[in-house]
Design a protein around this ligand. Structure first.
Ligand SMILES: [Zn+2]
Length: 302
């Protein structure tokens, strides 16, 4: 277990757990999103049996809980961030983990908890009114309004389906059975393939981009353009004051933000006052698991 800071004795702390398609992470964080302990493994959750993945996650969480209790600190609860791409049923995840862990367990989607992490963590973007868009193995998007992450099931605007907004009606086939969905152009697998790095990972693409490799740069510029086309639609519809980029979109911001800006400039109606600020997250891939820990603290202290 990696411990980054010593907890102050009176800090309420909560447990955050995350299941992504390619890994598991457990953190302990306080109400400001400061991480006190972190444990992570890479594993192909999307092709493994859920009960085995959750068993491994429970083992990781138990080790962290033992360590925190050894320090004499009370943990308020645990929240599990589950990637939408897995298609797992939240109540089953909750029941499985509740049987293994001695804390109240809540479950939510990684996208929503990532938005919460960005909103509330000291390291997050902390923009109270924005559209938050995160890239990676999947594309997630949420509206944050008046300092609240807008839940998918509540009336109001959500961006939950942004990854399946059509940006090219004769374009690539999507897993949803339709053509030209945004995610087929900007999710990690597409980016790597377009850059000639199929089978590689984010660090490979980062290395090629930093070296100025033309195909990598072209793939990232294209990603920015497709994203900009979709986001211009979002701005024309709901005019968020800011667009917060997270996950891979934050990692590759130096190469994709200029193209996003060009598309916004060309496509957003009205004066330049409607053009939103583009903010790059500093939380990186921990946004959802930190958001999960924050949700545990907030849920227990509410
Ligand atoms: Zn689709």
């Amino acid at each position: 277990m990696q411990r980054t800071v010593e907890p102050a004795p009176d800090s309420p702390i909560g447990l955050g757990l995350e299941v992504r398609g390619d890994g598991l992470t457990v953190v302990v964080a306080d109400a400001a999103g400061r991480i006190y302990a972190r444990s992570a493994v890479a594993t192909l959750s999307h092709v493994r049996r859920p009960e085995l993945v959750l068993d491994e996650l429970a083992d990781m969480a138990q080790a962290v809980i033992r360590e925190i209790r050894r320090l004499g600190l009370p943990l308020l609860g645990a929240t599990v961030a589950v990637a939408d791409e897995l298609g797992w049923i939240e109540r089953e995840v909750r029941a499985t983990l509740q049987a293994r862990l001695p804390l109240p367990i809540a479950v939510d989607s990684s996208g929503a908890l990532g938005a919460l992490g960005e909103l509330s963590s000291a390291l997050g973007a902390r923009v109270p009114d924005c559209a938050y868009i995160s890239g990676g193995r999947e594309v997630t998007a949420h509206v944050i309004a008046d300092g609240q992450v807008q839940a998918d099931h509540v009336h109001g605007v959500t961006l939950a389906a942004l990854g399946h907004v059509c940006v090219d009606h004769r374009g690539r086939w999507c897993v949803c059975g339709r053509r030209g969905c945004l995610q087929e152009y900007v999710q990690r697998a597409s980016l790597l393939r377009d850059a000639g790095l199929a089978g590689g990972d984010v660090l490979d693409l980062l290395e090629y981009a930093r070296a100025g490799e033309p195909r990598a740069l072209a793939a990232l510029a294209d990603c920015g353009r497709w994203l900009g086309i979709a986001l211009a639609g979002v701005v024309n519809l709901i005019a968020p004051p800011a667009l917060v980029l997270g996950g891979d979109f934050a990692t590759f911001a130096p190469w994709i933000v200029p193209a996003i800006g060009d598309e916004l400039e060309g496509r957003v109606l009205g004066s330049d006052q409607r053009w939103p600020t583009v903010v790059v997250s500093r939380l990186g891939e921990d946004a959802a698991v930190v958001g999960a820990a924050l949700a545990s603290v907030a849920g227990a202290t509410r």
